[in-house]
Design a protein around this ligand. Structure first.
Ligand code: GLA
Length: 384
């Protein structure tokens, strides 16, 4: 279905109208986990798994949204959009429309078809892909075209304010601004960013532990609160520290004893992860894959031991990859508590790597992993 022609037919048959079609990708994060909401650094890449959104205007004042994935059609009044979430898939597109309405736009009657192949709950940002695809589709009907960083912020707000998940901006940002064959180093403080080419001989091998993860779930929020509590302790001594981005490891040495032990661990992860992420971008830019791999490994164990956001399955997936030929670096990617590992692998070894990793994982865990050989893809755009 990644075929725009088939997707177009689906929309035309259902709504008897020609759609404008948009695509927005999911993402994999190479490094920089739980740093975005601390105004720190992240380095994700967009991937070929994506959401398609087809949109056409209606004259009856209705908003009709069809999801091919759920096989469901839902109808709303454009003039009276539900003010709060319903804990359904429609929360994502409706949240985006509510945020656009809040920006002073009148949301017209429209038919919206949606389809996506970003695996749900796998830490590859299916929600951000859905939000960004919807945003571009709706923007096209209201006649605005926000720059990528603005689209990202609007979609993040839809997720924070409407869906009720306290995520940072990484996922929406990379979905809206990704570039083919590049990772994106984002400074989440001012949204300045820099593209770092991923060499052709390097493949992104994404290994799904098949353990479901959710940003809306309690663990993500708890970790965020714990790290913010550590920040508050530092800020009580150094008022200039507004976010952990501003804090240093020396701050933890000085005032760590005033923090709850878990808060200290969370902060140690976030502060060291910011340093690793900037160093990783520099390594990638100068083509130093060995250093990049070393930083990814350190990031994984910091995420697992200090942030306690990994799980047996993800740790196992990372460990089983270590001695495989071609591995540059492996770590758990995304919000944590399940989902996928990202493995940077020499492309010539990627097939064999995936095969053996999958086999080892099944032998050890009794779970059949889905393993995908990916490349960095382009960001959200109109495709027809
Ligand atoms: C999820 C969130 C992001 C980010 C990551 C962790 O993907 O949506 O904003 O916080 O977790 O790095």
């Amino acid at each position: 279905m990644h075929d725009p022609a088939a997707f177009r037919s689906l929309h035309v048959e259902r709504f008897q109208a020609e759609p404008a079609i948009f695509v927005a990708p999911g993402r994999v994060n190479l490094i920089g986990e739980h740093t975005d909401y601390a105004e720190g650094f992240v380095m994700p890449a967009a991937i070929q798994f994506a959401t398609l959104a087809g949109v056409s205007p209606r004259t009856d004042g209705k908003i009709v949204i069809y999801s091919e994935n759920y096989g469901e059609e839902k109808t709303f009044d454009a003039a009276a959009l539900p003010p709060t979430r319903h804990r359904e898939w429609t929360d994502y597109p409706l949240g985006v429309m509510q945020i656009l309405a809040g920006e002073g736009h009148t949301i017209p009657g429209l038919s919206l078809s949606l389809w996506g192949d970003v695996p749900l709950g796998s830490g590859l940002s299916s929600s951000a892909a859905l939000e960004v695809a919807t945003a571009l589709a709706v923007e096209s009907l209201i006649g605005v075209s926000y720059p990528g960083p603005v689209v990202a912020r609007l979609c993040q707000r839809a997720e924070n304010e409407y869906v009720g998940a306290s995520c940072g901006i990484m996922d929406q940002f990379i979905s809206a601004n990704g570039q083919e064959n590049h990772a994106l180093l984002l400074d989440c403080r001012d949204l300045s960013f820099r593209m770092a080419p991923i060499p052709n001989h390097v493949a992104l091998v994404i290994a799904n532990t098949m353990v479901k993860h959710s940003v809306a779930g309690g663990d993500y929020t708890t970790r965020r609160a714990e790290s913010e509590a550590a920040c508050a302790v530092i800020a009580s001594h150094r008022p200039g520290v507004k976010f952990l981005r501003d804090a240093t490891l020396e701050d933890l040495e000085k005032w760590g004893h005033e923090m709850a032990p878990k808060s200290l661990m969370r902060a140690r992860h976030v502060i060291s992860e910011n340093l690793r992420t900037v160093a990783a971008a520099e390594a990638l830019l100068r083509g130093d894959m060995t250093e990049l791999g070393r930083l990814m490994a350190a990031a994984h164990w910091s995420y697992s031991k200090d942030f306690e956001a990994s799980c047996i399955e993800a740790d196992t997936m990372v460990e089983l990859a270590q001695d495989l030929p071609g591995l540059i670096g492996a770590r758990l990617t995304g919000g944590g508590f399940g989902g996928c590992t990202i493995n940077l692998v020499e492309r010539s070894h990627a097939q064999e790597f995936s095969h053996v990793l999958g086999k080892r994982y099944t032998e050890k865990m009794g779970i059949v992993a889905e393993i995908h050989i990916c490349h960095a893809s382009g960001g959200a755009r109109r495709i027809s």
